[in-house]
Design a binder for this molecule. Structure first.
Ligand code: FES
Length: 109
């Protein structure tokens, strides 16, 4: 297992407080980028409740909300704050100039 860093997009392409799905590498992985309170967050792109894509999900008060049934997820921990037992992954983000990099673990075969 090793840590891999993906270029995920540009800060200037994000609308504040609106989630945008970004691809991570060539194998179909993706995440949700959210520019919220001046910081870029990267979390899972699918709501774990019924797998709704979180593209366009609004962010407010440190949370992102799935618009299908309004479950809220912490941008910091990924925990669902609306219903127990749900959560989304949270990825490490670094920003260099305008470029967003997201780190994730990749499993060796
Ligand atoms: S699918 Fe997201 S809250 Fe139901």
């Amino acid at each position: 297992m090793r840590r891999v860093r993906f270029e995920a997009g540009k800060v200037s392409e994000l609308k504040p407080d609106v989630g945008k799905i970004a691809r991570l590498g060539e194998d179909g992985g993706e995440c949700l980028l959210v520019l919220h309170q001046g910081k870029v967050h990267a979390v899972g792109s699918l709501c774990p409740h019924q797998n709704a894509p979180l593209h366009g999900a609004p962010a407010y008060n440190g949370e992102v909300t799935c618009m299908r049934h309004y479950y809220c997820f912490s941008l910091k921990s990924g925990d669902c704050l609306t219903a127990r037992g749900y959560g989304i992954p949270v990825y490490e983000v670094t920003v260099e100039d305008d470029t967003i990099f997201v780190s994730d673990w990749e499993y060796d075969e």
